[in-house]
Write a protein that binds this ligand. Structure first.
Ligand code: CDP
Length: 219
């Protein structure tokens, strides 16, 4: 796979802090921030809107075959719309939280979204966050990070955001699925963010990118 622009892959479990870090890093580097979880969430939202049972794989397959999914960039951030609509706050709603990991298991869903994710590397430098970015979407990028945090810290972070989320259940589904499970890519640099601030984690990534010669020492 030959990507023409740089991709920095940031993977990790639910509420590990990867979104805040990926956003902050993208801002500092002037790269586009690409949130792949949002894409799985948008598809899930449309499946639910269509009245399809998210656990019925055949019905989900039929539903996604009809879906028009568009991914773009606005103000240095990725955007996603499904059948012309952007779901907004519903993306992080309870319904989507409870169903997204079922939808993310369906191979046809992953293939559609992985193709759209890879297309970003043809148009811009990107910091891309998800579950399989370093392992499957961009296995050849030399810049891979895996951000973790203890289960208690992650649950507390989600609660502080005021969001009802089934992170334990999603983690279980995401790590045990047959197709592209959440794994630590062999060459990923692992950071435990349990006791670090967003700036702390971002600083560690920048330090690593300097060590690799990707950023100059005076960045
Ligand atoms: O931010 P948070 O940890 O809550 O999750 P997210 O990144 O918004 O992802 C939501 C769900 O989408 C995950 O629980 C996975 O089931 C799925 N996902 C995935 O399978 N692969 C990705 N690259 C990104 C998300």
């Amino acid at each position: 796979m030959s990507e023409s622009y740089n991709v920095i892959a940031i993977d990790g479990p639910a509420a590990s802090g990867k979104s805040s870090v990926a956003k902050a890093l993208a801002r500092r580097l002037g790269f586009v921030y690409v949130n792949t979880g949002e894409m799985y969430r948008a598809v899930t939202w449309q499946v639910l809107e269509s009245g399809v049972d998210p656990k019925d794989m055949d019905a989900v397959r039929a539903c996604i075959a009809e879906m028009n999914i568009e991914c773009g960039v606005a103000g240095q951030q990725s955007t996603v719309s499904v059948n012309g609509a952007s779901p907004g706050d519903a993306l992080v709603g309870e319904g989507v939280n409870a169903s997204v990991s079922f939808i993310a298991k369906v191979p046809e869903v992953r293939q559609r979204l992985v193709d759209l994710q890879r297309a970003y590397a043809d148009r811009c430098d990107a910091v891309m966050e998800g579950r399989d970015i370093g392992s499957i979407v961009f296995p050849d990028t030399p810049y891979k990070f895996y951000i973790d945090a203890s289960e208690e810290v992650r649950a507390a972070r989600r609660a502080k955001q005021g969001l009802k989320d089934s992170i334990g259940q999603r983690d279980k589904q995401d790590t045990t699925r047959r197709n592209s499970p959440l794994v630590i890519a062999e060459d990923a640099h692992v950071i435990d963010s349990s006791h670090l601030t967003v700036d702390g984690v971002t600083g560690e990534i920048i330090g690593r990118l300097k060590m690799k010669g990707f950023l100059s020492s005076d960045f």
